[in-house]
Design a protein around this ligand. Structure first.
Ligand SMILES: [Zn+2]
Length: 126
């Protein structure tokens, strides 16, 4: 679903750069820290400026992209650890699953907000 043109008008706040919006969970229109209702769930509407956040659809893009990046990084790190120290298997079992989960949850929040901010920036003019 395309965001409605009513999402385009300028709001009173300062419009943040997309990466800054991603890192801080900022509304892409007013810059208020109101983008998230939970850790990974967007607010339906910005409480500060009224931007209809539910009209944007970042889809699975961030998750698929992060799966490839983090999967590669974790496998490379696990192979490097195995080749350098050769720890027992239980070290790998205790180390990599929680590390992978933590990295996914931390980076998914940033990636979703960043993609939403880019989507907002690239809206066609009203
Ligand atoms: Zn806002």
């Amino acid at each position: 679903m395309r965001p409605s043109p009513s999402n385009s008008p300028e709001a009173p706040g300062e419009r943040p750069a997309p990466l800054a919006a991603g890192l801080g969970g900022l509304c892409p229109r007013c810059g208020a820290r109101t983008l998230y209702a939970g850790w990974l769930r967007f607010e339906p509407r910005c409480p500060a400026c009224g931007l209809d956040i539910s009209a944007f659809n970042v889809g699975d893009g961030p998750a698929a992209f992060l799966t490839l990046i983090l999967g590669t990084a974790v496998v490379v790190a696990a192979v490097a650890l195995e080749l350098s120290v050769s720890p027992p298997v239980w070290v790998h079992l205790l180390l990599w699953p929680p590390l992978t989960l933590a990295a996914v949850f931390a980076s998914l929040r940033v990636a979703k907000a960043w993609l939403l901010a880019l989507e907002y920036r690239n809206l066609p003019p009203p």
